[in-house]
Write a protein that binds this ligand. Structure first.
Ligand SMILES: Nc1ncnc2c1ncn2[C@@H]1O[C@H](COP(=O)(O)OP(=O)(O)OP(=O)(O)O)[C@@H](O)[C@H]1O
Ligand SMILES: [Mg+2]
Length: 415
């Protein structure tokens, strides 16, 4: 990246992605990124030339055993206290940002406890010289009325912040190191692809750009909160929104791209994936293609009461996907979350054939002029699974070596 990072010791891209926009804006200032080890060992005192040090660790994986998480949380808090004590003048902690684990379900108490145990942390340490961060330069570029003090880090590692514009309106800023999975440019392209009809429920893209090696997008702030549950009515409402997504000429290319990605990432399973997908691929050839959101689950919906009023987080969109794959994702992920099971296990139950799914989506299929025959629904099931696994492999490349994850999500489907 362009920013001047003198010391870079980030074990994972996620930490680096979030830390990069916090590096100094000016090339004559020096930044340092240090990702702590699992023992939360304190960094050595910053060298005199360092203007900004970002130190910490990302959150622990959701399946971390409780005893391990409790120990890690204690070490984390002691380390933050230790860092406060260890820093000598001119260094001082400017901000401590908690890196929450993903909130899979709506449950404030449960999520609070999980955050306490699993959270990571990102500490901004500043030296004696006033140093503007890349994030401040971005805030200036987007017309914000000041520097960004409060933000959260998305699951991919992007900085997410509500920023006040000079005209007093609010906007939603995403920023991350360019070309990383957290790079928000793809999400911005998705928003730009939406027709005006979607403006009432999808964010409007207000701006995008690159500032010193970090990409950013600015979008309108939508009202509402995450819905507590996904009901049949939720799916019916979302299906009406999905009908406003643009269709494309010719059949879906998303399935083929996703299958290609799976075969490359999992070469020893490529032949079995091909066997599973061949009949679905033939059926998809005869179906229209539509834009997909690509990660349509309750965490990316906004609701006011029972009314779904927003869909956010468009980074996994595709212009030519298989119709119905977003709706199946919404339905099946909710089932997986409600029962604590893996996606592959839910797939085996053929959720696309369940009366609840068929009832909630009947209006969608008839609006598209498609009869939801079993062979079409099964093809939607394969397309949905391929997109979800390909998305996971892209976002979390390490899962390809996680035998348990592969068994429950890939082998369970391949049989
Ligand atoms: N345009 C927007 N308007 C209002 N709220 C938004 C907007 N975009 C995102 N949000 C809020 O921020 C949250 C996180 O955003 P997003 O889903 O895009 O990121 P993420 O990487 O999935 O992060 P997280 O793990 O926190 O969900 C959303 O669940 C939503 O509550
Ligand atoms: Mg999200």
């Amino acid at each position: 990246m362009e920013a001047h990072i003198q010391h870079l010791n980030a074990r994972g891209l996620k930490f680096l992605s979030a830390a990069a926009p916090l590096m100094p804006e000016d090339s004559d200032r020096v930044g340092s990124v240090i990702e702590a080890d699992t023992e939360w060992t304190l960094p050595s005192p910053p060298a005199p030339a360092i203007d900004i040090l970002v130190w910490g660790r990302p959150s622990l994986p959701p399946n971390t055993p409780v005893a391990v998480a409790v120990k890690a949380a204690m070490k984390r808090e002691l380390a933050i206290l230790g860092l406060r004590r260890a820093l000598g003048a001119p260094y001082a902690i400017r901000a401590v940002h908690r890196l929450s684990p993903p909130h899979w379900r709506w449950s404030p108490v449960r999520n609070g406890v999980r955050a306490l145990l699993l959270s990571g942390v990102l500490v901004e340490v500043v030296g004696g010289r006033t140093t503007s961060r890349i994030l401040d330069a971005i805030a200036d570029d987007v017309g914000s009325d000041g520097s960004v003090r409060r933000f959260c880090i998305g699951t991919g590692g992007a900085i997410l912040a509500r920023v006040r514009q000079r005209d007093s309106s609010w906007a939603f800023l995403r920023a991350a190191i360019t070309s990383d999975v957290a790079d928000p440019t793809a999400a911005g392209e998705g928003l730009a692809h939406l027709p005006p009809a979607c403006a009432s429920w999808a964010p409007r893209l207000l701006g995008w750009g690159t500032t010193r090696g970090c990409s950013w997008t600015l979008e309108s702030v939508l009202p509402g909160r995450r819905p507590r549950r996904v009901t049949s009515d939720t799916i019916r409402q979302v299906s009406r929104l999905c009908l406003q997504l643009p269709s494309a000429d010719g059949p879906s290319s998303a399935l083929f791209e996703d299958l290609q990605m799976l075969a490359t990432a999992l070469p020893d399973r490529a032949a079995r994936i091909q066997r599973l997908a061949a009949p679905a691929a033939r059926i998809v050839e005869g179906l229209p293609s539509v834009m997909r959101h690509g990660d349509l689950w309750s965490g990316n919906l906004l609701a006011q009461g029972a009314k779904i009023c927003g869909v956010v987080d468009w980074g996994s969109w595709h212009p030519r996907a298989v119709p119905g794959s977003d709706l199946l994702h919404l339905f099946a992920v909710e089932r997986a979350l409600a029962t604590g099971r893996h996606i592959g296990q839910v797939w085996r139950e053929q959720p696309w054939a369940s009366p609840a799914f068929l009832q909630a989506t009947s209006e969608y299929w008839s609006a598209l002029g498609l009869a939801p025959e079993p062979r079409i629904l099964e093809a939607v099931g394969v397309a949905w699974w391929a997109s979800l696994i390909a998305g996971n492999l892209a976002r979390l490349p390490l899962v390809r070596h996680d035998e348990r994850w592969l068994k429950c999500n890939v082998d369970a489907v391949l049989g």
